[in-house]
Design a protein around this ligand. Sequence first.
Ligand code: PEP
Length: 252
Amino acid sequence: MAQRRPVIAGNWKMFKTVAETRTFLDALIPQVRDVDHCDVVVAPPFTGLAAAVEKAAGSRVSVSAQNVHWEKEGAFTGEVSVGMLKDAGCTHVIIGHSERRQYFGETDETVEKRTKAALAGGLKPIVCVGELLAERDAGQASDVVRRQVQKCLGRLTESDLSLIIIAYEPVWAIGTGRTATPEVAAEMHAEIRKIIREIFGDAAAGAIRILYGGSVKPDNISALMKKDDIDGALVCGASLDAKSFAAIIKYL
Ligand code: PEP
């Protein structure tokens, strides 16, 4: 079985000022100094990125943005380019979060464009997929996720794919306190790995890391991480407090 290094990532959404970013990392970094079993990523808002990079220097914590535009520069008010994020010291970028899809017109097509631009510029994309509650209730969850994976990632090369992390985030579980059971999550992770296998083959499917996101907390992370196809977590609510995020990171 492929050995995939787990990833625990915190998506801060629109939370934390620059000062709060510094305070958080001052509290987190000593708690995770000896953590060797997983990669740790934090994704502050754009304004906190430079401070996070400065604080995380020399630690095990990597810094991610929450979005990126596909053009290098230009008249795109409110957008930020790959070069700007690299310049700020980011290594990762979250792309296609369900809130971007639901409230800001993100589509599978724009997710693909952002992903390609991130890869071309040397950022590691964390690409989010996941079905709405109505889609799950209608028995369409697998079809929706299959479409998202195919359209967002299906035209990449195998070498592109090796730099990608997928986050499966059922929208009904985000910020609701309603975590998917480890069984439900694992079933979709296996399905995503199957889709990747169909497109890219066994090696790519065995290597790609698939994170679960949706109401992950210190008390449910261990059960999720025991599932073979779950390679980590993308966490918001419980990642905003350094003690609780550290507890999730130390899920072993
Ligand atoms: C998220 O928005 O990516 C998320 C997983 O949120 P929460 O952990 O708060 O459910």
